[in-house]
Design a protein around this ligand. Structure first.
Ligand SMILES: NC(=O)c1ccc[n+]([C@@H]2O[C@H](COP(=O)([O-])OP(=O)(O)OC[C@H]3O[C@@H](n4cnc5c(N)ncnc54)[C@H](OP(=O)(O)O)[C@@H]3O)[C@@H](O)[C@H]2O)c1
Length: 307
């Protein structure tokens, strides 16, 4: 049967954290649909004015939406720790949606000395998930849904080099692909560990196909409005599926009764668009040894040992 957003079950009583909820992006649409179904949605964003803009847009459609916010900059390990500390007052968390991300940004390193894309798309979410795990366990049936990409197919290899070391010429698209491969390896290893420890949390992944958000313009120009950034942003929207539909795979992974380590993506046009279904992944993404090595590297890098 084809999955449809109209069939999204009631989410009353559930607390769902969505990272990267900027207006017009996948996080915004994910949060909107979950709020519409009665979930308490916690918006985890790095730009307070943008988080407020999204909250207002959601309230305009869902006047009784239950919204909270947590300030979160995934490119700063200190900020992730502060966000997790602030999130303690939320109580049990049913779902964490690791949605926030950057794509193909110019070379730069964070204050922690990490390459920006790996920091934002993998190490930050790795630390956040680990810190929120006790609250996910406390829900009794927790879930972690991490937003990957078809671009995991262009990774070439898993990002297993020492993150603080330079490793040759910076290929921004290749590195983006590696971060999205990391999302899948993270999901596999997290789910394996959760089962091994018999913890009541599942890890799943989703990808949106090709969706008309601000991702490309933000990555190339650091903004989505003004001059050439507006042109790129408009062009992407013209040739891709709407951002709202791009959120459907995530919504399916959040709400359907699927086994751990399931990957959900759009079902049409080579997974670029259409209603979601369970999809496959690259050979590199099925490398369990690489998943374990990335895990060890990540624990060392963010200085956190999972249970
Ligand atoms: N759109 C697509 O076709 C597509 C395809 C495959 C995968 N994806 C994945 O989908 C996810 C969502 O992207 P999108 O397309 O919705 O793009 P988007 O509109 O650019 O949204 C990205 C979100 O991530 C946030 N973010 C970026 N850096 C952050 C940081 N350091 N700390 C916290 N939040 C940060 C952004 O916040 P600010 O607005 O404050 O910068 C924004 O809310 C990403 O993981 C992306 O890799 C998208």
């Amino acid at each position: 049967m084809t999955w449809n957003v109209a069939d999204l079950p009631d989410q009353s009583g559930r607390t769902i954290v969505v990272t990267g909820p900027t207006l017009g992006g996948l996080g915004h649409h994910t949060a909107l649909e979950l709020a519409r179904r009665g979930a308490r949605v916690v918006l985890g964003g790095r730009t307070p004015a943008k988080v407020e803009e999204t909250a207002q847009a959601i309230r305009a459609e869902v006047p009784d939406a239950q919204l909270d916010a947590v300030h979160l900059d995934l490119a700063s390990l200190a900020s992730v720790r502060a966000a997790a500390a602030a999130a303690e007052q939320l109580g049990p968390i049913d779902v964490l949606v690791n949605n926030a991300g950057v794509m193909a940004t110019p070379y730069s390193r964070t204050a922690d000395g990490l390459e920006l894309q790996m920091a934002t798309n993998h190490f930050g979410p790795f630390l956040l998930t680990g810190l929120l795990l006790p609250q996910l366990v406390a829900s009794g049936d927790g879930r972690v849904v991490t937003v990957s990409s078809l671009m995991h197919n262009i990774a070439g290899r898993a990002p297993l080099a020492e993150p603080s070391e330079e490793s040759g010429r910076y290929q921004r698209w290749r590195v983006y692909g590696q971060t999205k491969l990391a999302n899948l390896l993270f999901t596999t290893e997290l789910d394996r560990r959760l089962r091994e420890k018999e913890l009541p949390v599942r890890a799943l992944a989703a990808h949106p196909g090709f969706a008309g958000t601000h991702l490309a313009a933000n990555g190339q120009y650091g903004r989505s409005r003004g001059g050439i950034a507006s042109i790129l942003d408009g062009t992407i929207r013209a040739v891709s599926q709407p951002a709202a539909a791009g959120a459907w795979p995530t919504l399916m992974a959040v709400t359907e009764d699927l086994p751990g380590d399931t990957f959900v993506g759009p079902g049409r046009r080579g997974q670029m668009a259409g209603p979601p279904r369970v999809v496959g992944r690259s050979k590199l993404a099925q490398d369990e040894a690489a998943a374990q090595r990335l895990w060890d590297l990540s624990e060392r890098t963010v200085d956190l040992t999972y249970p």
